[in-house]
Design a protein around this ligand. Structure first.
Ligand code: ZN
Length: 393
């Protein structure tokens, strides 16, 4: 009796779904796209697709289809991801490199992201965790090809070894809702890094460098926004400024990092903290680094790290004799591996150590540290320009 009464209702429901839901029912157990973002810079455009789970993404390139007046396209397949009809309209980019990003449900269990491209030289695909996201960078043709944006000046990039060093991009770590490490007396890393970066800018400008900062105030930047900005600022050197922290309150001192896929466990832990991810998730990140072509930049970054570290330590230890030298190290820092210029990350003392924290609150110390870092960068610039002049025909 009950069954008979229910059957018509189920049939009616099915019809309702078919007609009003257009027959598309979401299968169980799929993940979602939570956000799609893009940033345009002179050299490249970055597209980030954030999802609720890790994906085994595949990328395909399609040539332009002149017969149907379709541009060159790149598409990515996201198995196990549902978007349904969440993105009915293309997301316009229109920056001369990319036209638009289109997202749709390709099959019941697969989402397809199509990127309409004007022209590009190469792309870089990265997958990152916490949150899970796919990052695709499209690079503009460097030389030979005409820039697609009218009126834009052509940027013919020399190989790193021959490029004169003019502009330094400074990256004060953390900011806004991300305080970074919090130490003795609530001393916040984000405040110290900004003060130190601004002092460093003054010193560098006095030595004839051009300087740009990734942030000027107490503002939050996501890691991909930060790195996109750092690269977009078009510098010749990149310095990320951080302050260390440790469970061991006795640990103190200064260390300088450059990017390398080989890293000790301690470095991986520091990098995990700076990347804002669990140390256990670092394996995947290190695999990503191994796939990147970092060889050209890596040697320059190592020399830059050595010059800056040496200058900083020998300069500061004249006045601050107890300052501990923790050395130059290799580490998988996200902010470094997305950069195409020689790049280093400084950990200028520990907010969790009583002696270091005292120094980090002292403007005179920060001023002195800035001066020594700047003279290290100057030393590197001199050597690099000597190499460039000697090697050019
Ligand atoms: Zn930090």
């Amino acid at each position: 009796m009950r069954l008979e009464q229910r059957r018509p209702r189920i049939a009616w429901l099915a019809l309702f779904v078919l007609v009003f839901g257009l027959g598309v029912e979401r299968p169980e157990g799929l993940g979602d796209v939570t956000d799609i973002r893009h940033w345009s810079y002179p050299d490249y455009t970055r597209v980030v697709i954030e999802t609720t789970r890790p994906i085994d993404v595949s990328l395909y390139e399609l040539p332009p289809d002149t017969e149907h007046e379709r541009p060159q396209r790149v598409y990515l397949e996201f198995p196990g991801i549902w978007v349904g009809r969440d993105y009915p309209e293309p997301i316009p980019v229109k920056d001369g490199l990319l036209r638009a990003v289109r997202v749709g449900q390709n099959t019941l269990t697969k989402t397809r992201v199509v990127i309409d491209v004007e022209s590009y030289e190469r792309y870089r695909l990265l997958q990152l965790t916490a949150p899970d996201r796919v990052v695709i960078d499209f690079f503009r043709a460097r030389s030979g090809a005409k820039p697609s944006v009218p009126g834009e000046k052509s940027d013919v990039r020399l190989p790193l070894a021959f490029r004169p060093i003019r502009k330094v991009v400074l990256d004060p770590g953390h900011g806004g809702k991300d305080p970074g490490a919090i130490g003795i007396g609530e001393l916040k890393e984000k405040d110290v890094t900004l003060l130190l970066a601004k002092a460093l800018r003054k010193e560098l400008e006095a030595q004839g460098f051009e300087v740009a900062l990734t942030r000027e105030e107490d503002r939050y930047l996501s890691l991909e926004e930060r790195t996109a900005k750092a690269e977009g600022l078009g510098g010749d050197l990149f310095v990320s400024v951080h302050i260390n922290a440790s469970q061991r309150k006795t640990l103190s001192g200064i260390e300088t990092y450059y990017l390398d896929e080989k890293a000790e466990w301690q470095s991986v832990r520091v990098a995990a903290r700076e990347n804002g991810i669990d140390p256990r998730a670092m394996n995947a990140l290190q695999r990503t680094i191994a796939q990147l072509r970092i060889a050209e930049v890596s040697g320059h970054s190592r020399r830059l790290a050595q010059d800056v570290h040496r200058s900083m330590l020998s300069g500061l230890q004249k006045k601050y004799r107890d300052l501990v030298d923790l050395g130059v190290k290799q580490g998988p820092f996200y902010v470094l591996f997305l950069s195409s210029m020689p790049s280093i990350l400084l950990e200028c003392g520990f907010v969790t150590n009583i002696d270091d924290a005292k120094l980090l609150r002292d403007e005179v110390f920060l001023q002195e540290a800035a001066a020594q870092i700047a003279s290290g960068l100057s030393a590197y610039r001199e050597k690099a320009s000597a190499v460039a002049v000697g090697a050019l025909p």
